[in-house]
Design a protein around this ligand. Structure first.
Ligand code: ADP
Ligand code: MG
Length: 251
């Protein structure tokens, strides 16, 4: 299990997370939804060990990360790179900004972080994901020669090469058109079958309704509702009701 317990995170005088608890289970997809600026990315970064909480803790199995946990040797908080964080690679993140290295081919981009993990057949794993994500036609191109959707699949494959227990995805389809978005979202339930726990920050509420095992609604740094995906159909709070109405207008 990967869990946040009563997480508080401040940026200067501004409290961005105000006592957030959320547990991700292996083999389950959790959709985290909420308005812009509500703390979604901050929560995801904290769950990945990229941000240190001011109060509360993050727990991965028997590892605990709290406000007094020192940064790993040679590093300091917060982590701004994709480099090793406390829970890496068991917890791996993919952001909307892809962080692909422009001077490497997409194939090399996928292989580079995995090479930090010796004793595995990376070529075989790569071949597997190239097939699964239908990337053969463009895998030897450079990032500037691929579409947004293709690059997003590459970023996902790069994360999957690390065989994470938990995969945290921050608005990975927000910049994509409907076809490219569907191509990626359709693939996510397959990963659950491998026992991977997934956190998906998304505006794709219909997908969340269909595919999520758990939905959490966050606003103003607090999780106001959490439970089975059906809660999106019957909001209890006025806040989620309004959010769903706004979403219906925009779709
Ligand atoms: P969301 O992902 O839901 O849009 P964020 O977690 O990115 O929200 O941000 C929540 C709030 O924290 C916002 O008000 C944002 O401006 C603020 N914030 C995020 N990161 C930082 C930072 N590094 N320094 C200061 N304020 C930040
Ligand atoms: Mg965000």
């Amino acid at each position: 299990m990967l869990a946040a317990h009563n997480l508080v995170k401040n940026y200067g005088p501004h409290q961005v997370l105000s006592g957030v608890s959320l547990a991700l289970k292996p083999g389950e997809l959790t959709a985290l939804v909420g308005p812009s600026g509500s703390g979604k990315t901050t929560l995801l970064r904290a769950l990945a060990g990229l941000e240190k909480p001011d109060q509360g803790s993050i727990q991965l199995g028997d590892q605990q990360l709290g406000s007094t946990t020192p940064a790993p040797e040679g590093a300091s908080w917060p982590y701004t790179t994709t480099g090793p964080a406390p829970f890496w690679p068991q917890v791996t993140v993919v952001f909307q900004q892809l962080f692909l290295w422009p001077h490497l081919t997409l194939r090399e981009n996928i292989l580079l972080p995995a090479r930090n993990l010796p004793g595995r057949d990376h070529e075989a794993a790569l071949a597997h994901w190239v097939k699964k994500l239908d990337m053969a036609a463009f895998i030897d191109r450079y990032p500037n020669e691929a579409s947004g959707g293709q690059k997003q699949r590459v970023a996902i494959a790069r994360a999957l090469m690390l065989r994470p227990q938990f995969l945290l995805l921050d608005e990975i389809t927000s910049a994509l058109d409907v076809q490219q978005t569907a191509r990626i979202l359709e693939f996510l339930p397959e990963l659950k079958a491998h026992g991977m726990g997934i956190l998906l920050i998304t505006h794709a509420l219909n997908f969340a309704r269909q595919a999520a095992d758990q939905v959490a609604y966050i606003e103003g740094g607090k999780i106001l509702e959490a439970g089975p995906a059906a809660l999106l159909n019957k909001p209890k709070t006025a806040a989620l009701k309004k959010f769903m109405q706004d979403a219906a207008l925009a779709s």
